[in-house]
Design a protein around this ligand. Structure first.
Ligand code: NDP
Length: 240
């Protein structure tokens, strides 16, 4: 069934692959970005997918943006909370600004976005929310106390909202990707990246499409018995 989907950070990297996968599944998809307008416009022009600009760490901006998406495409049935950033530093060098920016963008956005779609999903008795966490939220990573805390927080948020929503046919799941070949990972120094790949049993980085496939599956109408779960998409690097 054709539904309305919204993907935060949906114009680049993993989010772009998710947007395309949901589009290919026959849904009306809105892709949200923050500041890289050139990349967003180019993506929209090539694929004919509408893009919207707002900051997912801003509660009111999310309210206004989601209303605009609903006006254009209809109320949101499928929400993919994918937007995320890193701002790495060892804790003894991390500034409060680095801490809060990462927490607000990665974890605050879960509340800011979900809060504005959950009423409608409950009323319509259908919703799929997929939250993108990270392997580093599961196992920790030096230099990423902010990011690991936010990504671990997503897992608790996912389970709580799944419990609250289960009777309304609204499922809430998390995906914890391992290292994927995107701009975010391009910032990792080559020697560090090689040592990371050496620890991945399948012997390669993930691709955005590896993650998008799982999102598309969890977003199906038929996936209604799967909720509150965390899915590792990490090439076997972490198996908890
Ligand atoms: P990218 O840096 O390639 O893309 C991030 C996207 O998020 C961009 O579209 C960006 O918009 C958007 N974005 C960032 N901040 C905001 C904001 N405040 N408001 C709105 N949009 C925002 O990231 P990846 O594709 O690598 O990562 C996607 C998700 O997957 C993230 O949550 C990340 O933490 C997670 N992840 C990534 C892994 C990896 O190896 N790449 C591994 C594990 C998890 P704009 O284009 O305007 O900058």
């Amino acid at each position: 069934m054709e539904r309305t989907a919204l993907v935060t950070g949906g114009t680049r990297g993993i989010g772009q692959a998710i947007t395309l996968a949901l589009h290919a599944a026959g849904h009306r998809v809105a892709a949200i970005y923050q500041s890289n307008t050139d990349a967003a416009r180019a993506f929209s022009d090539v694929h004919g997918i509408p893009v919207f600009q707002w900051d997912v760490s801003d509660f009111e901006a999310c309210r206004n943006g989601i209303n605009k998406v609903a006006e254009k495409l209809g109320p949101v049935d499928i929400l993919v909370n994918n937007a995320g950033i890193t701002s790495d530093a060892m804790l003894h060098r991390m500034s409060p600004e680095q801490w809060w920016r990462v927490i607000h963008t990665n974890l605050g956005s879960m509340f800011n976005m979900s809060r504005h779609v959950i009423d409608g999903m409950r009323e319509r008795r259908f919703g799929r929310i997929v939250n993108i966490s990270s392997i580093n939220g599961q196992k920790g990573q030096l230099g990423q106390a902010n990011y690991a805390a936010a990504k671990a927080g997503i897992l608790g948020f996912t389970k709580a909202l799944a419990l609250e929503s289960a009777r309304k046919n609204v499922t809430v799941n998390a995906i914890a990707p391992g290292y994927c070949d995107t701009a975010m990972v391009a910032e990792v120094p080559p020697d560090v990246l090689k040592s990371i790949i050496d620890t991945i049993p399948v012997g390669r980085l993930g691709t955005p499409a590896d993650v998008a496939r799982m999102v598309a599956f969890l977003s199906e109408d038929a996936a209604g018995f799967i909720t509150g779960a965390t899915f590792n998409v990490n090439g076997g690097q972490y198996m908890a």
